[in-house]
Design a protein around this ligand. Structure first.
Ligand code: NAI
Length: 411
């Protein structure tokens, strides 16, 4: 059977912002050898030039893929955000151009869980104030107020990827774990689900937050929730900055109601490393302040490189869009003997029957069809059993269907 898809070495991949070598390696192993890598972000003109004939683009957080930039890259079929956030891409413009956008939301789960674990141990030993004192030449040698975490009760709010990973690590250290989640989550190990946030707050020695930023989690730990916590408990937030009322936290730490805190995310974070960090928590004893680095490790970067590259490769190779943030998700089997093509179109009536007519008109059997639509576009992947060769005009016929955004033969 002759291949109709563009040879992989002709699929041009452009990677910007020093994406981890794991991505290049994964692409290379999969046969995508036409890769241009740039160490940094490019300004608008250079960016348009670099991606003008690219099929796949990989970025991190500094490259802005606006609607005009996307429109200036007519061959673009996939975008990889080698990071967590995707705000830097005009997701709707990408979707309407038939381009799925992928990211790596969970590659740094372990990194966050490890940081939180380390912080609770440091806070329970009063290390932040002791190390600050030692740096200033003062010697606070004392066991007063220092405790092991073993046997303490850890309350995890949000039992998702990070919360549940932390649960396992913490139990291994001998902590008693309880959690609260709005969704019914299966407990790992000996952890126990708490029926309410209030109960968790009232009974935990350490409370750590691992919820997403939603309307419900905005300010969810305010004065009354902090007031409900056990006297001398500690609070850790490495989720999102607006989950905790930071003024209320500062007040509770000043009064001694809480004995410590570790905060990685803030309601207002400096826009760059050159800007000043302003917070009512600055200068407080037994408070660990970190600059939103919960997920920032070399290992997480390496995982991100592999995860996003794999998603792009899978999409390019077989049309699966699992993990796309702006596109209908379709998981497809590898279909060895068939010819597979995909067709992305505006969601108007009649497109599927016109696609089918093209093949049935020539007596060709459709072996499989996978269709997903949203209000605006439709994505269909079709496997046909026939010896279709280049030059037979199928691609032209598909592109001529009214409403077509793009079509592509996969194999
Ligand atoms: P996830 O989506 O796997 O888990 C979130 C969990 O919170 C889910 O189980 C969900 O049901 C639960 N949840 C949602 N609303 C809730 C509510 N009102 N009360 C209780 N539970 C609620 O997310 P993941 O990967 O575990 O991340 C958690 C948070 O950590 C996110 O906000 C993410 O942005 C943040 N994060 C921070 C990093 C950092 O550098 N500090 C790095 C990575 C993630």
């Amino acid at each position: 059977m002759s291949k109709l898809s563009l040879p992989k070495e002709k699929i041009k991949v452009v990677l910007l912002e020093g994406i981890h070598d794991n991505a290049v390696h994964a692409l290379d192993v999969a046969g995508y050898t036409n890769v241009d890598s740039y160490p940094g972000a490019l300004d608008d003109t250079a960016l348009r030039e670099a991606i003008a004939d690219a099929h796949i683009v990989g970025i991190r957080s500094r490259t802005r893929l606006t609607a005009p930039v996307i429109a200036a890259a007519p061959k673009l079929m996939g975008i990889g955000c080698f990071c967590i956030g995707t705000n830097q891409v005009d997701l709707r413009a990408a979707k309407m151009a038939g381009i799925p956008v992928f990211n790596a939301p969970y590659s740094n789960t372990r990194s966050v869980a490890e940081l939180v674990l380390g912080e609770m141990i440091m806070l329970y030993r009063g290390v932040p104030e002791k190390t600050t004192a030692a740096h200033a030449g003062r010697w606070l040698k004392s066991a007063k107020g220092s405790h092991e975490v073993r046997g303490k009760k850890l309350g995890i709010v949000g039992y998702g990827h990070i919360g549940s990973q932390l649960s396992i690590l913490a139990e291994a250290l001998g902590l008693e774990v309880q959690y609260f989640d709005v969704v019914n989550k299966l407990a790992l190990g000996n952890a126990r689900a708490c029926p309410s946030l209030e109960q968790l707050l009232e009974t935990s020695d350490i409370v750590t937050l691992h919820v997403p930023a939603t309307e419900q989690t905005k300010g969810m730990i305010g004065p009354s929730q902090i007031g409900a916590m056990k006297k001398g408990a500690i609070l850790i937030n490495a989720s999102r900055g607006n989950v905790v009322d930071i003024e209320a936290l500062a007040a509770a730490l000043s009064s001694g109601a809480l004995s410590g805190a570790a905060i990685d995310v803030f309601p207002a974070e400096p826009p760059s490393n050159d800007a000043e960090f302003v917070s009512p928590l600055r200068g407080m004893a037994n408070v660990i302040l970190t600059p939103h680095i919960g997920g920032s490790t070399q290992e997480a970067q390496a995982n991100i490189g592999t995860e996003v590259a794999d998603k792009l490769i899978t999409y390019s190779d077989n049309g699966s869009t699992l993990g796309a943030v702006n596109f209908m998700e379709v998981a497809l089997p590898v279909q060895g003997s068939a010819t597979r093509f995909m067709h992305i179109h505006r969601n108007v009536p009649g497109v599927i029957s016109r696609i089918n007519d093209i093949f049935s008109g020539k007596g060709i059997n459709i072996a499989g069809q996978y269709l997903r639509t949203d209000g605006e576009i439709g994505y269909v992947v079709v496997d046909v059993e026939a010896d279709i060769r280049p030059g037979m005009g199928f691609r032209k016929a598909l592109d001529a269907i009214d409403g077509t955004i793009r079509s592509r033969f996969l194999f």
